[in-house]
Design a binder for this molecule. Structure first.
Ligand code: COA
Length: 261
């Protein structure tokens, strides 16, 4: 019996899990309960060996329009910090999820929604999607790690422009900055996300997982340290049944059948 969540649903399509935000009347804004449930969902997804890829998307006209601003009314600074810490736990959890995470951005991805995009591994967006960090318009800044992740991804000055103006990017602008992998028509979004997930599922799972980890961890290491880490992981992969299968399949001119070990 799949767990029931208040503000999102998790559907399965074979080895693909699709997490769809359902709080459409609030443009899928994230409150503390949703953060907690997302952490629980990440734990469930990661420990389920039958889940190979996770797709995140939103119901209605938003992906996620940010943290729920109602959480910020008449709270103490300690409550505010606690909420941000909870959010950070959730973003870190999805960034480090064993499986690849695809964000299928169907509309507004603002504030905490943009921060969720920034922890996904691959990002598809509809032509109408808008992405931005508007916290400065509230007198705040992103608390989920988005400031630093954005600067590392797009560079200092572009990150400052987004953070300091709070302006929204179109999907095409976000693609040109390297935030979005591909822009697709709205009607094709989920099909494109499933097709991308299927491509990942054809690859050797451990190699895909290690590629994710190496790029994530390498971003904060010196080049030489990161390259040494690459060597350790690829040597580990060489000793797996899947690498033996992949190499044999190439030599025998047949498609590989990977078992994830
Ligand atoms: N938190 C709480 N409620 C939110 C929300 C958020 N982050 N974003 C949207 N909503 C609510 C609105 O208050 C509105 O509720 P209502 O119907 O009870 O009035 C409903 O969702 C629809 O939003 P609305 O503002 O009417 O839609 P719009 O098309 O005019 O504008 C946005 C869309 C996304 C531009 C606008 O909702 C917005 O700026 N949202 C806040 C974005 C933000 O600052 N995010 C960072 C938060 S830290």
């Amino acid at each position: 019996m799949p767990a029931a969540y208040e503000n999102f649903v998790v559907d399965r399509d074979g080895r693909i899990a699709v997490l769809t935000f359902t709080r459409e009347d609030r443009l899928n804004a994230l409150d503390a309960q949703t953060f907690r449930e997302l952490i629980a969902a990440a734990d469930d997804l990661e420990s389920d060996p039958s889940v190979g890829v996770v797709i995140l998307t939103g119901g209605g006209r938003a992906f996620v329009a940010g943290a729920d601003i109602n959480q910020y009314v008449d709270r103490t600074v300690l409550d505010y910090v606690e909420f941000q810490r909870l959010g950070r736990r959730m973003y870190d959890r999805f960034e480090r999820l064993r499986q690849p995470v695809i964000a299928a951005v169907n509309g507004y991805a603002l504030g905490g929604g943009f921060e969720l995009v920034l922890v996904a591994d691959l990002v598809l967006a509809t032509e109408e999607a808008k992405l931005g960090l508007p916290e400065v318009k509230l007198g705040l800044l992103p608390g989920g790690g988005g400031t630093q992740r954005l600067a590392r991804l797009v560079g200092r000055n572009k990150a400052k422009e987004l953070l300091m103006t709070g302006d929204f990017l179109t999907a095409a602008e976000a693609r040109d900055m390297g935030i979005v992998n591909r822009v697709v028509p709205a009607d094709d979004l989920l099909m494109a996300a499933h097709a991308l997930a299927d491509r990942l599922l054809e690859r050797a799972p451990l190699a895909v997982q290690m590629a994710k980890q190496l790029v994530n961890d390498g971003a904060d290491a010196s080049l030489q340290t990161a390259i040494t880490q690459d060597m350790g992981m690829t040597a580990t992969l060489y000793d797996t049944a899947d690498a033996r299968e992949g190499i044999a399949a190439f030599i025998e001119k047949r498609p590989p059948v990977f078992a994830g070990r």
